[in-house]
Each structure stands twice: as structure tokens, then as C-alpha cells.
Design a protein around this ligand. Sequence first.
Ligand SMILES: [Zn+2]
Length: 391
Amino acid sequence: MTTTLITNIGEIATNDPALGDGSPLGVLRDAALVIEDGRVAWVGPSASAPAADEHFDAGGRAVIPAFVDSHTHLVFAGERSAEFAARMAGEPYTGGGIATTVAATRAATDDELRAHTRALAGELLASGTTTFEIKSGYGLDVATEARILRIAREFTDETTFLGAHVVPAEYAHDRAAYVDLVCGEMLTACAPLSRWIDVFCDEGAFTGEEARRILEAGIAAGLLPRLHGNQLAHGPGAALAVELGVASVDHSTFLTDADVEALAGSDTVATLLPAAEFSTRSPYPDARRLIDAGVSVAIATDCNPGSSYVTSMPLCIALAVREMRMTPAEALHAATAGGACALRRDDIGRLSPGAWADIALLDAPSYLHLAYRPGSQLVSRVWKRGIAVVG
Ligand SMILES: [Zn+2]
């Protein structure tokens, strides 16, 4: 079995506090890493690196775990730049434009959807993301929801059934019938194609009672729950998320003190999506308040054509630091280990023995440059399961 030694790493963030400086990021300087059979076999000081079959010289640059993007809506057709321009001219974001994407997605062929998803997945990979989740939610009928998930599964194992994204226009006057469809025929068609079930529980989307019914139906069908909540207004999402033990409540902008306290005492991750607030010119969630209260936090892109047409985790890190009062260390941790936790994974998002060798090399001496040099392409090489896939 071939082993590869990455030498001359100026700085490595391992996300293993037992390695390196004892911080959650587990930073070591002048380090080396050994890859064996796609996994990290050894990490430590350069001086004590074991022998290996192949060598890669990192040239004194920084190495980080590849990003884990735990929230995307990657399979869709069309684009909504005109809606973005209108918003920047003063229109509020209401989520109503989702119908535009639903119409374009229903009309697209499988090959069109596949090619578009492939292009976006390529952008994710080039910016250092090796694991990403994909939600359905732009079909809103049985056939198209299942079609989206079938295509999503060609790109990731982390697929999420989001039939409850919004109530489609044809059910506007009979919401209950749409919830019945989601919990019935649509769930039956989509559950075999999904790991997760998600609901948009917010103003203009689904109520707490509707969300509870849908998540409980998904859990009964063997899916793991997650939730979009508290993005647009205070609401029941976060409390419901904690009550049902969902892996992650995503957005988490409008939280009461009781919500924050409940999250802090739970296993539910608060996934923050700063590119959505950036792209909709909306108030950012207060990451500082969440972290100081002891809530586990992740950062993800929310890549979608309406509220966050962003594939770059480095941009999200920069926004999290600049706009959400996270330290650069907290933001990197949230974009890697945090995302893994939001997907209930412990085999990614860290660079310590046993984890997959999903690694990003930065053209920079330190991970700090991710927030310090926003807009520059710093990710210069990416390994996925030990194979160089970028650079
Ligand atoms: Zn979303």
C-alpha cells in the first residue's frame, strides 16, 4: 500500500486538541502528515516524520482540513440575478422567488440539471470543499423531488429531502393537502434517495405544527432530521429542533434567550449561513452570542440561486469573522469540524489519524489568511481521500 508524506507544512490546523497547541483547532507548526489508504495515518513535527513511499513538499505553507459544506441547494435550473439586483435596489427578501426556480427546475432535463450541478460541484471542490450536502426543494412535486435527489446522489451521499421548502402555487389554497403529499407519496418516493429530511420552518414557509408533522413522518421513514429555522423572524423552529433532537438548525438569526439556552444544552448544531445575509442584505446571526453560550456552530454556503449564489467557504469564513464576530480560528473550525458535526460525521473535518485525508493546501503561511485576504484564491491544492483532485 502506497504511503504519501506531506512535508514542510508551515502550519497545520488539525481540529484535534490533543495534537499541537491544545486549542480546539489543534495547530502545529513545522509539521508533516502521512496519508495511507486514503486516510490520515500520522501527523506530527517534521523532525519525527516516518518514512513514506511518496513525498509532497508543502513549501512552508498552511494545511487545513478540507471544508465540509453542510447546507446547499445545488440541484436547480435557471438563475435569479434580476431578483438580486431588485433587492440591492431596496426590495426585501421574502423567499417568494423560489417559485421561479421551481418552474425552471421542473422544465429542465436530467442532463441539464446534472451538467449544472457538476459545474457548481467543481467550484466547491476548487475552493477546498470535499464534502457537501445537497437538498431537494425546487421540485415540490413527487416526480421532480425524486429526480433532484437521484441527481444529487451522483455527487454526494449527504442528500436531504426538502419537499417542505415552500408550499407550491398549485396548493396555495390547500396547504394541508400539500403537507399530506409531503408526508405521504412524496416521502415514500424520496426516502430511499435521502439520508436527511429538512423543513423550512419560518414566516412565509411552514408553521411549527406543520414542520413537526413532516419531520416526524421523515423520522418514521428512517431519515435523520434537520431544519431551516429562525431566518426571517422569531419562530418555533429552534425550539422544535431541540425537542426533536435534529442534527442542525440552519440560519438561526432570530433566536430568543430561551432558544439559545436550549441549543446550548443540546446536541443540535446552529449552522450559520453568512453568505445568505450578505446576498439578501439582511441582519447576520450573532455567532458570538451563540458561541459564548456554548452552542456548537457550523458555517455553510447555503448555495442556491435566490438568497446565496455562493460556493466559496473561504468567503463565508471571511464574512463570519468580519460580520458575525467570530475569531478566524472559530470560523475555520465551524467550516470544517462544525460542518462535520452538523452532518453527524466524525470521519471528516479533522486531520488526525483515522480521518479521511481530505486536505486543503493554502497559498499562505497561515489559515488566518482565509479571513485576512478575502477574495483571493488561496486554496491551491486539494486532496480527497488521499488523492490530489485540485492542483
Ligand atoms: Zn437553505
